[in-house]
Design a binder for this molecule. Structure first.
Ligand code: ACO
Length: 366
């Protein structure tokens, strides 16, 4: 049974709707299936931030604004240079965000600060990757869209269109998910009237954990450990007997399949190596059957990270970039939540229940 954090006056949001019992996810009222079919990541960012779709009255064209803000300020580049080259990219990402002094100056954060953050973070992650792999820095290409440019900066060659499309869909699907653990961390920090860079650093810290944004890399580790289709059943039984968790399954919100998982199952197939995809499908089949048998009262379903991991591998991203890539997608949602938090701000302080010793007498004699 999962516990729920209840804080008076906190938790109202008009950005993303989640109906975990029917498996419905909406961005600003539009179902995720429609959003991913019709919008790319830049337009999704506009939808999350302002609730408007391209071409609607008052809609802001986010694409050119993002493209204009991709470059890293020189001071930030120096921070990256000062980091150990073997630092995990997610740690470098979190550290460098806290050094973005032009998004850390003021409260409340502005839409311009939010767009700077969304625009700049892919350049930062690519830069950290280039540094770790000893490859030369690549300047962002303004002719490419947000996601295509990220893939290009990481890989150094133009990606096949199906890979760009798959990653774009991943970014759209992961762009927001209500008040998840990382978004809660962001909102708690902003609720004290702190700044956007501090809030996003906190969110990155929360996202890094294997039960949240760290799960995709763990999914692949698991599939690698299984090795081949004929080992799936024995491996899963052993893992569950040892009370292990199967990464990519379960979610605190959904009591049916997460609609993003349903979509990603198909999207991943378009880019994954056939043998990898076949192994993943078999693993999923056995995992769902075994989990249902062991926990008939608490159904667990495939979550966004299972096929998300297979897709990220299929587009050619290295495993160390899985969590940072999840975080890059989520910068749009974090930005929208930052603006929403400051618009309705009350300091977040959850109720607590003291369960320590009853009041005791301070006895000087003992
Ligand atoms: N595999 C095996 N057992 C599981 C799994 C799983 N994936 N998920 C939950 N359980 C079991 C737990 O061991 C626990 O068992 P117990 O009561 O015998 O101790 C029980 O179900 C309840 O677990 P909770 O963690 O309390 O359930 P909750 O619904 O809050 O957990 C969570 C959600 C943390 C995502 C969990 O399902 C999990 O650890 N999944 C694997 C990690 C993962 O894929 N994370 C990504 C989540 S999606 C995202 O962040 C984008």
């Amino acid at each position: 049974m999962s516990a729920t954090l209840e804080v008076a006056g906190f938790g109202d949001t008009s950005i993303t709707g989640i109906d975990g019992t029917r498996g419905v996810l909406t961005y600003r009222g539009f179902r995720i299936e429609d959003v991913v079919q019709h919008l790319g990541y830049e337009a999704t960012t506009g939808l999350l931030l302002w609730g408007t779709r391209p071409g609607e009255p008052g809609a802001r064209d986010v694409g050119p604004e993002l493209r204009a803000r991709r470059a890293l300020p020189v001071a930030l580049d120096r921070v990256v240079e000062a980091l150990p080259s073997n630092a995990a990219p997610i740690d470098g990402f979190r550290t460098a965000v806290s050094a973005m002094e032009d998004v850390a100056r003021i409260y409340p954060p502005t839409a311009t600060e939010s767009l700077k953050l969304v625009a700049r973070c892919p350049t930062l992650v690519a830069r950290l990757h280039q540094r770790a792999t000893g490859s030369p820095p690549r300047a962002p290409d303004p002719r490419l869209g947000h996601v295509a440019n990220y893939l290009w900066m990481v890989k150094g060659t133009a990606a096949a269109p199906e890979r760009v499309r798959a990653l774009e869909r991943y970014f759209v699907l992961l762009a927001d998910h209500g008040i998840s653990a990382s978004t809660l961390a962001l909102r708690v920090v902003l609720s004290t009237r702190s700044d956007l860079a501090s809030a996003v650093s906190a969110a990155l810290g929360a996202l890094k954990g294997p039960l949240h944004g760290g799960a995709p890399a763990e999914v692949l580790e698991m599939l690698d450990a299984v090795g081949s289709i004929d080992q799936v059943e024995a491996w899963i039984d052993r893992a569950l007997d040892q009370r292990g968790r199967l990464f990519g399954f379960g979610h605190p919100t959904y009591r049916v399949e997460d609609p993003r998982a349903t979509l990603l199952r198909d999207f991943a197939k378009e880019v994954a190596a056939p043998a990898r995809y076949a192994l993943a499908r078999r693993f999923e089949e056995v995992a769902l059957e075994r989990l249902a048998r062991r926990r008939p009262d608490q159904p667990l379903f495939t979550n966004v990270d299972f096929y998300g991991a297979v897709l990220l591998e299929g587009v050619g991203l290295p495993r160390g970039l899985f969590t940072p890539t999840f975080a890059l997608a989520r910068t749009a949602g974090w930005s929208a939540h930052a603006l929403e938090q400051v618009a309705q701000n009350r300091m977040v302080r959850p109720p607590e229940r003291y369960i320590g010793p009853a009041p005791r007498v301070w006895d000087e004699e003992t």
